[in-house]
Design a protein around this ligand. Structure first.
Ligand SMILES: Nc1ncnc2c1ncn2[C@@H]1O[C@H](COP(=O)(O)OP(=O)(O)OP(=O)(O)O)[C@@H](O)[C@H]1O
Ligand SMILES: [Mg+2]
Length: 472
């Protein structure tokens, strides 16, 4: 392997582990899931909430891993490859992450916020890739395992590193950002999300502000100027030694300022002013929220000292991700049905964004708007009111008919006028059939709920039924 991600010796130095087996092994990647290993991976046996990776070490090694990091207490003997024993495997993964950060000269960006982290991270990946070698977290790898794993997979030669940082509780971001040590720290938005674990939205803002604790001295903070928590975040960024604060949004003093956006079903044309430079560009992912995410990205590109106009033109390639607004069309001509898959997660902010984006679908092409919505979870005592409050967004988006499931969505469903009530069921599995039966040619169907509300099976049931209808 030319220029491996990790040599066995570098792993030993970073983790202080004890080796048995081959000391000359080179590793091409680091993994904690034995099912998705690449050949030559280093498998780290992590004890998770449900499973203990130590039960999968054999499987990993026979599946192609070149070695494993295991706990001292583990008695397994390597048949081949290297076995590195440590006191605590998660601490070892953190140590690898830290070492990967320390040895690279990359510009490193950390992205947190209540919504839009993955969308912004993926847009940053596109913007940076056209400027140099880029490494970004996979999927939403943003927690105590995902962040060190993402860091540990960053090659030394990386020029731009982008890491997603999530949290459910105060104190979590501080630990993660201490590993990342970003040059640029982004807070996309602050919204009532995971409210169950916080006394107020302000407490959420304070928890997001932990991202600045790990910012390198003199680094750049990127903030949403239109947020009610802009001042709070700005003050915290300054307290923690930010050298520059770049803000984005509609505000006329914003560093990255939206001048105009022409929203469409398959993307938007944007005019923006970024640091005094006027830019016109296309964002391939639909919705005003993606336009705002693009401003965040361009502010970060400025901070990373790359050509902002070139970065902007790369955003045409930004597609909505599966479960986060990706759209598919089944059928042809007047028989077409458009399905917008928003099944990956939901909270009041992303629900509103999704309704607004759905409304970009031209009536001429898809005359009827159908929303299929499940509970937004982890909202605590405010949950019922935050669900009922969505009635205005349903109205504003011109949704013709609503199908709902879950105890919280029942409140919204009951608050809708009778002609908008398509059907209600306690669970998504009971709702699926109603939706499948009701959808007719010419519909645009938007399906959204928290992951725990299990809306994805409705997307799949609809996909299958529509495909069957066409072929029969
Ligand atoms: N800036 C934004 N404002 C409001 N909604 C947004 C924004 N960006 C993305 N969204 C919406 O929020 C949903 C989740 O987006 P995304 O996956 O980017 O968020 P995330 O913060 O990574 O979520 P998670 O915490 O689950 O990892 C998407 O379906 C999209 O509709
Ligand atoms: Mg995410």
């Amino acid at each position: 392997m030319s220029n491996p991600l990790w040599t066995c010796q570098a792993v030993l130095a970073a983790t202080g582990g004890k080796l048995s087996g081959d000391g000359e092994t080179a590793f091409g990647s680091v993994a904690i899931d034995s099912r998705t290993l690449e050949p030559d991976a280093l498998f780290v046996a992590i004890k998770g909430e449900r499973l203990d990776g130590h039960a999968f070490v054999d499987q990993a090694l026979s599946g192609g891993a070149a070695g494993a990091i295991v706990s001292q207490a583990d008695a397994a003997v390597p048949g081949k490859g290297s076995m590195i024993r440590v006191a605590d495997t998660l601490a070892a993964l953190n140590a690898l992450g830290r070492a990967a950060r320390a040895r690279t000269g990359a510009k490193v960006v950390a992205v947190t916020g209540s919504v839009g982290k993955t969308s912004t991270k993926e847009a940053l990946r596109l913007a940076f890739e056209q400027a140099g070698r880029t490494h970004a977290s996979r999927k939403s790898f943003n927690n105590q395992w995902g962040v060190p794993l993402s860091l540990a997979n960053m090659a030394q030669e990386t020029q731009f590193g982008v890491f997603e940082v999530g949290m459910n509780h105060a104190g979590e971001i501080e630990v993660l950002v201490d590993l990342i040590r970003p040059d640029i720290a982004i807070v996309t938005t602050v919204e009532p999300v995971h409210l169950e674990f916080f006394s107020s939205v302000e407490a959420i803002a304070e928890a997001k502000a932990e991202i600045f604790i790990g910012l390198v001295q003199g680094g750049t903070a990127i903030l949403n100027r239109d947020s009610a928590y802009f001042e709070l975040l700005r003050d915290r960024a300054k307290q923690h030694g930010a050298g520059a604060i770049l803000d984005f949004g509609f505000h006329e003093e914003a560093f990255a300022r939206l001048l105009d956006a022409e929203l469409g079903a398959e993307g938007s044309m944007v005019e923006a002013m970024v640091g005094g430079q006027k830019l016109s560009y296309r964002v391939g992912a639909p919705g005003r929220h993606q336009v705002l995410n693009s401003l965040t990205v361009l502010a970060a590109c400025h901070a990373a000292e790359i050509d902002v106009a070139k970065a902007a033109s790369a955003l045409a390639g930004h597609q909505a991700q599966k479960g986060r607004g990706a759209r598919f069309i089944v059928g042809e001509g007047e028989q077409r049905v458009a399905v917008i898959d928003e099944s990956y997660n939901a909270n009041p902010a992303s629900m509103r964004a999704a309704f607004e984006a759905m409304a970009q679908t031209p009536r001429g092409e898809f005359p009827r708007r159908v929303a299929v919505i499940g509970d937004m979870l982890e909202l605590g005592d405010d949950g019922p009111a935050l669900h009922r409050d969505l009635a205005a967004a349903v109205d504003g988006a011109g949704v013709d008919i609503v199908f709902a499931c879950g105890p919280l969505m029942a409140g919204l469903f009951d608050a809708l006028p009778g002609n908008r009530q398509g059907g209600y069921a306690p669970s998504s599995s009971e709702l699926a059939e109603m939706v499948v039966d009701a959808v007719t040619p010419g519909d645009v169907v938007m399906i959204k709920g928290s992951l725990g509300s299990r809306m994805e099976p409705i997307v799949e049931a609809l996909r299958q039924s529509l495909t069957r209808r066409i072929s029969s």
